[in-house]
Write a protein that binds this ligand. Structure first.
Ligand SMILES: Nc1ncnc2c1ncn2[C@@H]1O[C@H](COP(=O)(O)OS(=O)(=O)O)[C@@H](OP(=O)(O)O)[C@H]1O
Length: 262
């Protein structure tokens, strides 16, 4: 079972005292910008002000370059995020930042089955590769969301990018960061996605989504998931365990949880 573990990455990586004050105060899950009916319009930051109707060229390039496998696997039946015309584009309130090969794609695809989760299908790589494109570019590649929905993205290389914590924090101190470690715990979403949404695919060797209502067919993740693994000699495994033991202990201390990775 995958454990999903949310925490403030920059604090865990020792950045708490180093990072500058955030430039961008975003709405948190419970503090949405959407006005109450009949209330006066609230001033919003310029980067959040426009309702973007068309993706600018650079974003379209980004999307077409990155959508290949993952974006389309689920988008037709589960999350029409990129092509939805309603709502606003918001910065993500939650980002899956790692770890690579930890099942981050599975986690995002399973989370976005939830009607209140809208996600970018491709990995934006904003905080590591495309930061110079600016926050407006980043926001524009987000799916539109309605009140009560949360925006998410996943880019596992943020976890190993030194600048990423500072940059995320500069965007918003409220963004939740999710690291797939092993078991679950999570975003305070109402329980909607359950066992009944999945079946175990023998060929793939992992759970896949069942045929959605009104959808076309069952959905597994793409070819790059479920690869054959090489045999690793026992002495190499021992050396790896020795190598990681002190880091694991440090992680247990930081999180207050012993994961028992021996
Ligand atoms: N439920 C489910 N569905 C699909 N895939 C699953 C699932 N659970 C775990 N995995 C395994 O997660 C591995 C891929 O992890 P990521 O998606 O994080 O990879 S990546 O870093 O984004 O490339 C990949 O492992 P490998 O095939 O060993 O690479 C997947 O098999």
């Amino acid at each position: 079972m995958i454990i999903l573990f949310t925490y403030v990455f920059y604090c865990l990586t020792g950045y708490c005292d180093l990072i500058p004050s955030p430039l961008h105060e975003l709405q948190s899950f419970k503090n949405k910008r959407y006005p109450e009916e009949g209330s006066k319009p609230q001033p919003v930051a310029p980067w959040n002000r426009s309702i973007v109707r068309d993706l600018p060229g650079s974003n379209q390039d980004f999307l077409s370059q990155n959508v290949e496998e993952t974006n389309h696997i689920y988008s037709d039946s589960y999350n029409l995020s990129v092509f939805n015309n309603f709502g606003n584009k918001e910065f993500p309130q939650a980002i899956i930042i790692g770890v690579k090969k930890g099942g981050t794609r599975a986690l995002l695809e399973f989370l976005r089955v939830h009607p209140d989760v809208r996600a970018v299908g491709a990995e934006p790589h904003f905080f590591d590769r495309f930061y110079e494109k600016g926050l407006e570019w980043y926001r524009n590649i987000m799916p539109r969301t309605l009140e009560g929905q949360i925006t998410m993205e996943k880019t596992p290389s943020y976890f190993v990018t030194r600048e990423a914590p500072r940059r995320v924090y500069a965007m918003s101190r409220h963004t939740k960061l999710i690291v797939v470690v092993r078991d679950p715990d999570f975003l305070g979403l109402k329980r909607v996605v359950t066992n009944k949404h999945f079946y175990f695919n023998q060929t793939k060797g992992f759970p896949c989504l069942k045929k959605p209502e009104g959808g076309s067919r069952p959905r597994c993740l793409g070819k790059s998931k479920g690869r054959a693994h090489p045999h690793i000699p026992a002495e190499v495994l021992l050396r790896l365990r020795d190598f990681y033991r002190p880091f694991n202990l440090k992680f247990y201390q930081m999180t207050g949880q012993d994961f028992g990775w021996e």
